[in-house]
Write a protein that binds this ligand. Sequence first.
Ligand SMILES: [Zn+2]
Length: 254
Amino acid sequence: MSKAIYFMGSKILIRKNTHEFLLPYDDVKSTFSFVTCTEHREKDIYVARSKQPISDEVLIEAGFQAKELKSILSCLNENIQAFLLRHFHRLNWDEQSRFCGTCGNSLLLKEGKIEKRCDTCNIDIFPRFSPAVMVLVYKDDMVLLARSPHFLPGIYGAIAGFVEVGETAEEAAHREVREELGIEITDLQYFGTQTWPFPDSFMVAFSAKYLSGKLSIDLDELEDAQWFHRDKLPDLPSSASISKRLIENFKNKV
Ligand SMILES: [Zn+2]
């Protein structure tokens, strides 16, 4: 029997009081027959997002509830996290890439591919990623972590920002740290990458050693930044994000 994963904005539908998000397709189809959806299928899993809001009363009546996707990720294993993030990204792209940016005509989805085409301009359109960098700055056993205003209360993470046109990821890492913290870094070491669909970044993560300068926080970008001992870290971002893995890697370094 086919299964369904159903999103509402940035929320995912789950069975009430559970983390069960893989739902029987027929149940979902009949319960939400009154809304139109953006949808696609992967094998026998139907992935959809409603185009209209659905009230909490209607959801609860049908035995469901909607939770922020971000908030349930840490309860799921890595493969499932990756599956949900991939499909969420694809839905975002599908909804935001309906028309050609050059001629304004409707784009056509290529069969069997995550790729669209404008036949008028003769161009192919691929899912959008915005390259970004993340840097964990350390000095001996201390690590410099920061809070963005959009973080959940109490959470601190590594510094992050988007790569500018013409920049390398390495240049962006040095610039972001200089702009947001007022310090210089050295020994930039590659850690890993992650596609993160909130909204659409392709994150390249590094660690780097503190070199010089006095901490001076850019309060337009950050709420706070502090040095923490690796044995006494604050609350960290979701385990689904590369930020958590980057910080834990430093914490566990021998
Ligand atoms: Zn076009």
